[in-house]
Design a protein around this ligand. Structure first.
Ligand SMILES: Cc1ncc(COP(=O)(O)O)c(C=O)c1O
Length: 404
Protein backbone atom coordinates (compact mmCIF):
# COMPACT_ATOMS: atom_id res chain seq x y z
CA UNK A 1 0.00 0.00 0.00
CA UNK A 2 1.32 3.47 -0.87
CA UNK A 3 1.34 5.97 1.95
CA UNK A 4 -0.26 9.27 0.95
CA UNK A 5 0.58 12.32 3.02
CA UNK A 6 -2.38 14.65 3.23
CA UNK A 7 -2.10 18.33 4.09
CA UNK A 8 -2.42 18.67 7.85
CA UNK A 9 -5.97 20.20 7.84
CA UNK A 10 -7.26 17.33 5.68
CA UNK A 11 -5.64 14.76 7.98
CA UNK A 12 -7.75 16.13 10.82
CA UNK A 13 -10.95 15.84 8.79
CA UNK A 14 -10.11 12.28 7.73
CA UNK A 15 -9.25 11.36 11.33
CA UNK A 16 -12.75 12.39 12.39
CA UNK A 17 -14.38 10.01 9.92
CA UNK A 18 -11.95 7.11 10.25
CA UNK A 19 -12.79 4.02 12.30
CA UNK A 20 -9.99 3.20 14.73
CA UNK A 21 -9.22 -0.14 16.34
CA UNK A 22 -10.41 1.19 19.69
CA UNK A 23 -13.61 -0.40 20.93
CA UNK A 24 -16.36 2.14 20.43
CA UNK A 25 -17.15 2.85 24.08
CA UNK A 26 -16.50 6.59 23.64
CA UNK A 27 -17.73 9.15 21.15
CA UNK A 28 -14.43 10.96 20.73
CA UNK A 29 -13.97 14.57 19.61
CA UNK A 30 -12.30 14.86 16.21
CA UNK A 31 -9.16 16.73 17.30
CA UNK A 32 -6.04 14.76 18.14
CA UNK A 33 -3.96 16.13 20.99
CA UNK A 34 -0.23 15.88 20.64
CA UNK A 35 1.08 18.24 23.35
CA UNK A 36 0.12 19.90 26.61
CA UNK A 37 1.52 23.14 28.01
CA UNK A 38 0.34 24.73 31.26
CA UNK A 39 -3.45 25.03 30.96
CA UNK A 40 -3.60 24.40 27.21
CA UNK A 41 -3.73 21.37 24.95
CA UNK A 42 -2.36 21.55 21.41
CA UNK A 43 -3.77 19.49 18.56
CA UNK A 44 -2.08 17.94 15.53
CA UNK A 45 -2.71 21.14 13.55
CA UNK A 46 -1.03 23.30 16.16
CA UNK A 47 -4.34 24.75 17.39
CA UNK A 48 -4.43 25.57 21.11
CA UNK A 49 -7.35 24.78 23.42
CA UNK A 50 -7.77 26.39 26.81
CA UNK A 51 -8.62 23.56 29.18
CA UNK A 52 -11.73 23.86 31.34
CA UNK A 53 -12.02 20.06 31.61
CA UNK A 54 -8.68 18.84 33.10
CA UNK A 55 -9.09 15.40 31.54
CA UNK A 56 -12.29 15.13 33.65
CA UNK A 57 -10.81 16.46 36.90
CA UNK A 58 -7.52 14.60 36.58
CA UNK A 59 -4.99 17.23 35.47
CA UNK A 60 -5.19 19.43 38.55
CA UNK A 61 -1.64 20.69 37.93
CA UNK A 62 -2.21 21.25 34.20
CA UNK A 63 0.20 19.93 31.57
CA UNK A 64 3.97 19.66 31.32
CA UNK A 65 4.40 20.25 35.06
CA UNK A 66 8.14 20.33 35.82
CA UNK A 67 7.74 18.85 39.32
CA UNK A 68 5.75 15.86 38.09
CA UNK A 69 8.24 15.31 35.23
CA UNK A 70 11.17 15.38 37.68
CA UNK A 71 9.57 12.86 40.05
CA UNK A 72 8.67 10.52 37.17
CA UNK A 73 12.21 10.57 35.87
CA UNK A 74 13.76 10.12 39.34
CA UNK A 75 11.46 7.15 39.97
CA UNK A 76 12.37 5.62 36.61
CA UNK A 77 16.07 6.07 37.36
CA UNK A 78 15.64 3.70 40.30
CA UNK A 79 14.55 1.04 37.83
CA UNK A 80 11.41 0.37 39.88
CA UNK A 81 8.08 0.80 38.12
CA UNK A 82 6.51 -2.24 39.73
CA UNK A 83 7.43 -4.87 42.28
CA UNK A 84 3.97 -6.28 43.33
CA UNK A 85 2.31 -6.03 46.72
CA UNK A 86 4.19 -9.09 47.90
CA UNK A 87 7.15 -6.92 48.93
CA UNK A 88 7.62 -3.66 50.77
CA UNK A 89 8.63 -0.58 48.82
CA UNK A 90 9.13 2.81 50.45
CA UNK A 91 7.11 4.98 48.03
CA UNK A 92 3.71 3.39 48.72
CA UNK A 93 4.25 3.34 52.48
CA UNK A 94 5.34 6.97 52.50
CA UNK A 95 2.33 8.01 50.45
CA UNK A 96 -0.02 6.13 52.80
CA UNK A 97 1.65 7.88 55.78
CA UNK A 98 1.07 11.26 54.16
CA UNK A 99 -2.59 10.52 53.42
CA UNK A 100 -3.08 9.37 57.01
CA UNK A 101 -1.35 12.49 58.36
CA UNK A 102 -3.57 14.88 56.41
CA UNK A 103 -6.92 13.11 56.90
CA UNK A 104 -9.15 11.25 59.38
CA UNK A 105 -7.90 7.86 58.16
CA UNK A 106 -5.73 5.35 59.97
CA UNK A 107 -5.01 3.07 56.96
CA UNK A 108 -5.01 3.34 53.16
CA UNK A 109 -5.64 0.82 50.37
CA UNK A 110 -4.28 1.63 46.90
CA UNK A 111 -5.83 0.56 43.60
CA UNK A 112 -5.92 1.83 40.04
CA UNK A 113 -9.11 3.78 39.37
CA UNK A 114 -12.12 5.41 40.93
CA UNK A 115 -14.53 2.56 40.34
CA UNK A 116 -12.05 0.16 41.89
CA UNK A 117 -11.67 2.40 44.93
CA UNK A 118 -15.45 2.39 45.47
CA UNK A 119 -15.69 -1.37 44.96
CA UNK A 120 -12.93 -1.78 47.54
CA UNK A 121 -14.76 0.50 49.98
CA UNK A 122 -17.95 -1.57 49.51
CA UNK A 123 -16.06 -4.74 50.36
CA UNK A 124 -14.44 -3.20 53.42
CA UNK A 125 -17.85 -1.91 54.57
CA UNK A 126 -19.38 -5.39 54.27
CA UNK A 127 -16.44 -7.00 56.06
CA UNK A 128 -16.83 -4.57 58.96
CA UNK A 129 -20.65 -4.76 58.98
CA UNK A 130 -20.57 -8.57 59.26
CA UNK A 131 -18.30 -8.19 62.30
CA UNK A 132 -20.61 -5.79 64.11
CA UNK A 133 -23.96 -7.10 62.80
CA UNK A 134 -25.48 -10.20 61.29
CA UNK A 135 -25.08 -11.71 57.82
CA UNK A 136 -28.06 -9.59 56.76
CA UNK A 137 -26.13 -6.31 57.15
CA UNK A 138 -24.90 -6.07 53.53
CA UNK A 139 -26.90 -3.40 51.70
CA UNK A 140 -25.09 -0.45 50.08
CA UNK A 141 -27.13 2.71 49.53
CA UNK A 142 -26.25 5.52 47.10
CA UNK A 143 -28.04 8.79 46.37
CA UNK A 144 -30.15 10.05 43.49
CA UNK A 145 -27.84 11.82 41.00
CA UNK A 146 -24.81 9.78 42.03
CA UNK A 147 -21.95 8.52 39.87
CA UNK A 148 -19.62 5.97 41.42
CA UNK A 149 -18.15 4.07 38.45
CA UNK A 150 -18.82 1.51 35.73
CA UNK A 151 -18.04 -1.85 37.34
CA UNK A 152 -20.91 -4.02 38.52
CA UNK A 153 -21.26 -2.80 42.11
CA UNK A 154 -20.19 0.79 41.44
CA UNK A 155 -22.59 0.85 38.47
CA UNK A 156 -25.39 -0.43 40.69
CA UNK A 157 -24.63 2.61 42.88
CA UNK A 158 -24.69 4.95 39.87
CA UNK A 159 -27.93 6.74 39.02
CA UNK A 160 -27.73 6.70 35.22
CA UNK A 161 -30.40 4.47 33.67
CA UNK A 162 -28.71 4.43 30.24
CA UNK A 163 -25.42 3.20 31.73
CA UNK A 164 -27.18 0.50 33.75
CA UNK A 165 -29.97 -0.92 31.62
CA UNK A 166 -27.90 -2.89 29.07
CA UNK A 167 -25.91 -4.66 31.78
CA UNK A 168 -28.51 -5.95 34.18
CA UNK A 169 -28.39 -7.83 36.44
CA UNK A 170 -26.06 -5.49 38.33
CA UNK A 171 -24.54 -6.38 41.69
CA UNK A 172 -27.24 -7.19 44.23
CA UNK A 173 -27.98 -5.44 47.51
CA UNK A 174 -27.00 -2.03 46.14
CA UNK A 175 -29.75 0.55 45.77
CA UNK A 176 -30.36 4.22 45.09
CA UNK A 177 -32.33 6.44 47.45
CA UNK A 178 -33.73 9.96 46.96
CA UNK A 179 -31.66 12.83 48.41
CA UNK A 180 -34.39 13.25 50.96
CA UNK A 181 -33.90 12.89 54.67
CA UNK A 182 -37.21 11.21 55.41
CA UNK A 183 -36.65 8.65 52.62
CA UNK A 184 -33.13 8.07 53.88
CA UNK A 185 -34.33 7.71 57.44
CA UNK A 186 -36.49 4.79 56.26
CA UNK A 187 -33.92 3.29 53.88
CA UNK A 188 -31.02 3.33 56.34
CA UNK A 189 -32.09 0.24 58.26
CA UNK A 190 -29.55 -0.68 60.91
CA UNK A 191 -30.15 -4.44 60.49
CA UNK A 192 -29.64 -4.61 56.71
CA UNK A 193 -27.53 -1.62 55.58
CA UNK A 194 -23.74 -1.79 55.67
CA UNK A 195 -22.87 1.52 54.00
CA UNK A 196 -24.12 4.77 52.55
CA UNK A 197 -21.97 6.25 49.76
CA UNK A 198 -22.16 9.98 49.01
CA UNK A 199 -20.33 12.44 46.77
CA UNK A 200 -20.13 15.64 48.88
CA UNK A 201 -20.25 17.43 45.51
CA UNK A 202 -22.07 15.32 42.92
CA UNK A 203 -20.09 15.66 39.68
CA UNK A 204 -21.46 13.67 36.74
CA UNK A 205 -24.98 13.99 38.14
CA UNK A 206 -25.09 17.74 37.40
CA UNK A 207 -22.64 19.41 39.85
CA UNK A 208 -24.60 19.52 43.10
CA UNK A 209 -22.91 20.73 46.27
CA UNK A 210 -24.66 18.81 49.03
CA UNK A 211 -25.72 20.95 51.98
CA UNK A 212 -23.53 20.87 55.10
CA UNK A 213 -26.66 20.36 57.23
CA UNK A 214 -27.78 17.44 55.02
CA UNK A 215 -24.35 15.80 55.35
CA UNK A 216 -24.37 16.37 59.11
CA UNK A 217 -27.74 14.64 59.41
CA UNK A 218 -26.47 11.72 57.33
CA UNK A 219 -23.49 11.47 59.66
CA UNK A 220 -25.72 11.44 62.72
CA UNK A 221 -28.05 8.82 61.24
CA UNK A 222 -25.28 6.51 60.04
CA UNK A 223 -23.32 6.76 63.29
CA UNK A 224 -26.41 5.99 65.37
CA UNK A 225 -27.26 2.98 63.23
CA UNK A 226 -23.70 1.70 62.79
CA UNK A 227 -23.70 2.19 59.02
CA UNK A 228 -20.42 3.08 57.32
CA UNK A 229 -20.47 6.53 55.70
CA UNK A 230 -18.33 6.54 52.55
CA UNK A 231 -17.47 9.83 50.86
CA UNK A 232 -16.61 9.46 47.18
CA UNK A 233 -14.21 12.36 46.62
CA UNK A 234 -12.89 10.98 43.35
CA UNK A 235 -13.98 14.08 41.44
CA UNK A 236 -14.45 16.69 44.18
CA UNK A 237 -11.48 15.81 46.42
CA UNK A 238 -7.81 16.80 46.44
CA UNK A 239 -8.22 20.54 46.25
CA UNK A 240 -11.07 20.96 43.78
CA UNK A 241 -13.37 22.62 46.33
CA UNK A 242 -10.54 24.79 47.69
CA UNK A 243 -10.07 22.35 50.58
CA UNK A 244 -7.73 19.38 50.34
CA UNK A 245 -10.73 17.13 51.04
CA UNK A 246 -14.29 18.22 50.35
CA UNK A 247 -15.36 16.87 53.77
CA UNK A 248 -13.25 19.54 55.46
CA UNK A 249 -15.67 22.23 54.28
CA UNK A 250 -18.64 20.70 56.10
CA UNK A 251 -16.64 19.29 58.99
CA UNK A 252 -18.50 16.00 58.49
CA UNK A 253 -15.98 13.17 58.80
CA UNK A 254 -16.71 9.93 56.92
CA UNK A 255 -15.65 6.38 57.85
CA UNK A 256 -14.08 5.82 54.44
CA UNK A 257 -13.13 8.14 51.61
CA UNK A 258 -12.29 7.23 48.03
CA UNK A 259 -9.85 9.09 45.78
CA UNK A 260 -8.56 8.66 42.24
CA UNK A 261 -8.54 11.10 39.29
CA UNK A 262 -5.86 13.74 40.18
CA UNK A 263 -4.06 11.60 42.75
CA UNK A 264 -1.08 10.48 40.64
CA UNK A 265 -0.89 13.41 38.22
CA UNK A 266 -2.56 11.51 35.35
CA UNK A 267 -1.10 8.07 36.05
CA UNK A 268 -3.82 5.58 37.02
CA UNK A 269 -4.26 5.34 40.76
CA UNK A 270 -7.10 5.08 43.27
CA UNK A 271 -7.14 4.98 47.05
CA UNK A 272 -9.49 4.07 49.87
CA UNK A 273 -8.87 5.94 53.12
CA UNK A 274 -10.17 3.84 56.01
CA UNK A 275 -11.04 4.69 59.63
CA UNK A 276 -9.32 2.87 62.46
CA UNK A 277 -12.46 0.91 63.39
CA UNK A 278 -13.06 -0.44 59.89
CA UNK A 279 -9.35 -1.03 59.24
CA UNK A 280 -9.22 -3.21 62.35
CA UNK A 281 -11.64 -5.68 60.73
CA UNK A 282 -9.68 -6.14 57.48
CA UNK A 283 -7.37 -9.12 57.22
CA UNK A 284 -4.74 -10.23 54.75
CA UNK A 285 -6.40 -11.83 51.74
CA UNK A 286 -9.60 -9.75 52.06
CA UNK A 287 -8.80 -7.66 48.99
CA UNK A 288 -5.98 -7.09 46.54
CA UNK A 289 -4.81 -5.81 43.18
CA UNK A 290 -1.59 -6.42 41.29
CA UNK A 291 -0.66 -2.84 40.43
CA UNK A 292 -2.08 -0.92 43.41
CA UNK A 293 0.36 1.49 45.06
CA UNK A 294 3.36 0.60 42.91
CA UNK A 295 6.60 2.59 43.36
CA UNK A 296 6.27 4.86 40.31
CA UNK A 297 2.64 5.95 40.78
CA UNK A 298 3.13 6.31 44.53
CA UNK A 299 6.17 8.56 44.13
CA UNK A 300 4.26 10.78 41.71
CA UNK A 301 1.18 10.81 43.95
CA UNK A 302 3.26 11.85 46.98
CA UNK A 303 4.50 14.82 44.97
CA UNK A 304 1.00 15.70 43.71
CA UNK A 305 -0.42 15.44 47.24
CA UNK A 306 2.23 17.79 48.57
CA UNK A 307 1.51 20.32 45.81
CA UNK A 308 -2.27 20.09 46.21
CA UNK A 309 -1.98 20.46 50.00
CA UNK A 310 -0.19 23.77 49.59
CA UNK A 311 -2.27 26.33 51.54
CA UNK A 312 -1.52 29.03 48.93
CA UNK A 313 -2.91 26.84 46.12
CA UNK A 314 -6.02 25.96 48.14
CA UNK A 315 -6.54 29.62 49.03
CA UNK A 316 -6.30 30.60 45.36
CA UNK A 317 -8.87 27.93 44.40
CA UNK A 318 -11.24 29.26 47.07
CA UNK A 319 -10.72 32.88 46.03
CA UNK A 320 -10.76 32.35 42.27
CA UNK A 321 -13.61 29.88 42.68
CA UNK A 322 -15.82 32.43 44.46
CA UNK A 323 -14.95 34.98 41.78
CA UNK A 324 -15.67 32.38 39.05
CA UNK A 325 -19.10 31.72 40.55
CA UNK A 326 -19.94 35.45 40.54
CA UNK A 327 -18.80 35.79 36.90
CA UNK A 328 -20.83 32.75 35.83
CA UNK A 329 -23.85 34.19 37.58
CA UNK A 330 -23.42 37.43 35.60
CA UNK A 331 -23.00 35.45 32.35
CA UNK A 332 -26.16 33.49 33.16
CA UNK A 333 -28.14 36.69 33.64
CA UNK A 334 -26.79 38.41 30.53
CA UNK A 335 -27.35 35.40 28.28
CA UNK A 336 -30.89 34.51 29.28
CA UNK A 337 -29.92 30.97 28.27
CA UNK A 338 -28.85 29.59 31.64
CA UNK A 339 -31.44 28.41 34.13
CA UNK A 340 -29.16 27.88 37.15
CA UNK A 341 -25.53 27.69 38.17
CA UNK A 342 -24.09 25.50 40.93
CA UNK A 343 -20.63 24.84 42.22
CA UNK A 344 -17.73 25.60 44.50
CA UNK A 345 -14.02 26.18 44.00
CA UNK A 346 -13.08 24.91 40.55
CA UNK A 347 -16.12 22.69 39.89
CA UNK A 348 -19.11 24.47 38.33
CA UNK A 349 -22.23 23.42 36.46
CA UNK A 350 -24.51 25.61 34.36
CA UNK A 351 -28.00 24.34 33.53
CA UNK A 352 -28.48 25.45 29.94
CA UNK A 353 -31.61 25.50 27.81
CA UNK A 354 -30.11 23.76 24.78
CA UNK A 355 -28.27 20.40 24.86
CA UNK A 356 -25.00 21.09 26.70
CA UNK A 357 -23.13 18.89 24.19
CA UNK A 358 -23.83 21.46 21.45
CA UNK A 359 -22.13 24.17 23.52
CA UNK A 360 -19.15 21.89 24.19
CA UNK A 361 -18.78 21.34 20.43
CA UNK A 362 -18.94 25.06 19.65
CA UNK A 363 -16.16 25.44 22.21
CA UNK A 364 -13.86 23.27 20.08
CA UNK A 365 -14.12 25.80 17.23
CA UNK A 366 -13.37 28.62 19.67
CA UNK A 367 -10.41 26.82 21.27
CA UNK A 368 -11.86 25.80 24.64
CA UNK A 369 -12.53 22.41 26.25
CA UNK A 370 -15.54 22.07 28.52
CA UNK A 371 -17.68 19.12 29.65
CA UNK A 372 -21.28 18.13 30.14
CA UNK A 373 -22.81 16.64 33.29
CA UNK A 374 -26.06 15.22 31.97
CA UNK A 375 -27.91 16.48 28.92
CA UNK A 376 -28.51 20.08 29.97
CA UNK A 377 -25.62 20.88 32.28
CA UNK A 378 -22.38 22.40 31.07
CA UNK A 379 -19.58 21.46 33.48
CA UNK A 380 -16.37 23.40 34.08
CA UNK A 381 -13.36 21.78 35.76
CA UNK A 382 -10.28 23.94 35.08
CA UNK A 383 -6.86 22.84 36.32
CA UNK A 384 -6.41 24.11 39.88
CA UNK A 385 -3.37 26.06 38.72
CA UNK A 386 -5.34 28.21 36.25
CA UNK A 387 -4.72 31.89 37.00
CA UNK A 388 -7.14 34.81 36.83
CA UNK A 389 -6.01 35.91 33.34
CA UNK A 390 -6.72 32.49 31.84
CA UNK A 391 -10.01 32.27 33.75
CA UNK A 392 -11.01 35.65 32.27
CA UNK A 393 -10.00 34.48 28.80
CA UNK A 394 -11.98 31.25 29.22
CA UNK A 395 -15.06 32.99 30.57
CA UNK A 396 -15.26 35.30 27.59
CA UNK A 397 -15.21 32.29 25.24
CA UNK A 398 -17.76 30.48 27.42
CA UNK A 399 -20.07 33.50 27.29
CA UNK A 400 -19.74 33.53 23.51
CA UNK A 401 -20.48 29.82 23.00
CA UNK A 402 -23.47 29.95 25.33
CA UNK A 403 -24.87 32.98 23.51
CA UNK A 404 -24.35 31.64 19.97
C1 LIG B 1 -17.40 10.75 41.75
C2 LIG B 1 -16.83 9.68 40.88
N1 LIG B 1 -16.72 8.43 41.37
C3 LIG B 1 -16.20 7.43 40.63
C4 LIG B 1 -15.76 7.65 39.34
C5 LIG B 1 -15.19 6.52 38.55
O1 LIG B 1 -13.82 6.71 38.39
P1 LIG B 1 -13.03 5.88 37.27
O2 LIG B 1 -13.50 6.39 35.95
O3 LIG B 1 -11.58 6.20 37.55
O4 LIG B 1 -13.36 4.45 37.47
C6 LIG B 1 -15.87 8.93 38.79
C7 LIG B 1 -15.48 9.18 37.39
O5 LIG B 1 -15.89 10.12 36.76
C8 LIG B 1 -16.42 9.98 39.57
O6 LIG B 1 -16.55 11.21 39.10
Amino acid sequence: MTAVTLPIEEQAVVAAAVETSLLGTYKRAPMEFVRGEGVELIDANGKRYLDFASGIAVNALGYGDAGVARVVSEALNNGLIHTSNLYRTPAGEQLADKLVECSFASKVFFCNSGAEANEGAFKFARRWARKIGTDAKVEIIALRGSFHGRLFASLAATDRPSYRAPFRPLAGAVSICERDLSDLETALDEETVAALIVEPVQGEGGVRVLDDAFLETLRTLTSKREIALIFDEIQCGLGRTGHLFAYEKSGVVPDMLTLAKPLAGGLPMGAVLVSEEIAATIQSGDHGTTFGGGPLVSAVAAHVLERLSNPALLESVRENGAWLGAQLDAIARRSGKVRAIRGIGFIWGLDVLEPAGDIVKRGWDEGILTLTAGEHTLRLLPPLTMDRDDLVRGLSIIEKIIAQ
